[in-house]
Design a protein around this ligand. Sequence first.
Ligand code: ATP
Ligand code: MG
Length: 633
Amino acid sequence: MIDYESELNEEQRKAVTAPLGPILVIAGAGSGKTRTLTYRVSYLIEKQIKPDHILLATFTNKAAREMLHRVERLVRADTSKIWGGTFHHLCNRILRNHATTIGFEQNFTIIDREDSLSLLSECIQELNIKHSGKLFPSPEALLEIFSLSVNKVKPLWKIIDESFPHFSAYAEDISKLQKLFNERKKKSQLVDYDDLLSYTVKLFQENEKICRFYQSYFEYILVDEYQDTSRIQADFIDMLAQRSHQVMAVGDDAQSIYSWRGAEIENILTFPKKYPSALVVNIKTNYRSTPEILALANAAIEANQLQFPKELKAIRKSLKESKPLLLSCSTAASQSIEIANQIEKFKAQGIDYNEIAILYRAHFHALEIQLELTRRKIPFEITSGIRFFEQAHIKDICAFLRFYINPYDETAFKRIVKMFPGVGQKTVSKLWEEYITITGSIEKLNPPKVSSKAWKNWLDLQKILASKEYENNPSKQLEAILNGVYMEYLKVLYESYQRRLEDIEGLISFASNYDSTENFLSQVSLLTGVDTAQDEKNGVRLSTIHQAKGLEWKIVFLIMLCDGLFPSNYSLKHAALLEEERRLFYVAATRAKDQLFLCYPRSRSFNYRETLYLPSRFVEEIPKNLLVEAKLP
Ligand code: ATP
Ligand code: MG
């Protein structure tokens, strides 16, 4: 029997031991929401609910596994039959049972982003859309439009209207493309991530019997991080819980950080309306952090207008030196050196590397720190789908540089030519053949008609890169590539172009540490190899804040807290985006248990100018007495 009295506080206990009706736990960071969910699962098992009749939706599959391990220790039950995991994982399990009902074979294949992109590119060619002078959205941008339409359960034209008005001239073509794309997937038995959600919901909508089966099959449904669910995910849950109302959702509106991917904060706010008999529980105690860290986080989120005021009190006692430290460093490099020093100090005190995390807003913010940790042989692990140098736009812009340095670099050549509008795989191969037979001179090549302007720009660029002013100045060369050629492609090739532009600006600044283009390029390829080799379970964790959601560490460093970087210049222009970034800051600060470091460099060289930075306004908003400031050289 679990000792609920000693393991949970009153609020948590109320939620855990409530009757099987709907429950919403809406509470601040570190208040034990995930813990409450875990104990609720254990409680259900103690109440003889069979594990395979429990459904638990989590932010990552790993999170579900960890929660279920804990349940096993609590009630000594076999939890392997519990339906636990991400929405995609859960929908996949359901769809496999009913594939034929929706016109698929049971062994359909799930395709990832890369596969989707190449299939979509084929569809674009097949449809042979006439560009009316304006640039047509890239496959990436199209996928983003499709995905938002699925996740927000809105028709395509509405998504285009709301978020992509610059593509409105192509609304009809985009819709035709989507239709073809879906047909092609179906024909080849392929299902992408969004399909998993939309087909499952469709299955339930169109097959009452199946829907009813699952409605009575799942006796209890639990959802963690509910504030970041999209409309279709919430619909999925609502359909399953429609008759029983046996559902528990936990979340924190102050931690909603995925609106750009279609998450809707309304889901959590309207839960009590959808389930009028819901027990709403608010936990007011924070168990994770020292009072000093919590005071800082609370003060930071207070500046948001759209926030529901919440009082969260720390239950932990202060530690020696537990006030968060604000480290002002002269450059990003010195910031990295200082952090590495601190990490070595903590290690000497007996703190394991895996109890330390370095968090940042965007991947490129972690360049210098990756280098410094590598240099000091401090093991680290990067949580991220894509590593900085493996991102397509970084590879793109480096391809120009690589080709300039080594005109026999086939990969770079092909990558560049493929970016040109209207150039397909066939043309690329043909041009390369021609190019090597005429011993490597692009001047002598016949540019494909569609992209003769792009070709000319490339030739001009080659001359600029070789000019005295640019020679062996990788930073300046990258800038020339960006302004001369690449900016135009960036806008059409990818979604979230703003985000990618920031990455490239980071790369340019990073390159300014090198006075040889070759050295720069070899360091780049080295880094790509190094961080894979260095991946260790016992390393310091490097992660974007988005991916650190729900997790905690003893020591947390938040880096690159400069105004213009975090919040980004782009979000400064939009009140709603700025509030979302502030919530991101709140998520970041609340990951720390014992020690929180806020770090920012005062300058960074970019555009061949020294850019001076002010600390992030999120830091400035915090009352001075909640911090200890240290100015480092
Ligand atoms: P987040 O908002 O970041 O997801 P959360 O609300 O889910 O946080 P948890 O991760 O469940 O919070 O809990 C934070 C920490 O506090 C964990 O280490 C957890 O074990 C501990 N904790 C929570 N409640 C209690 C409690 N009643 N007694 C002891 N420790 C607790
Ligand atoms: Mg949690």
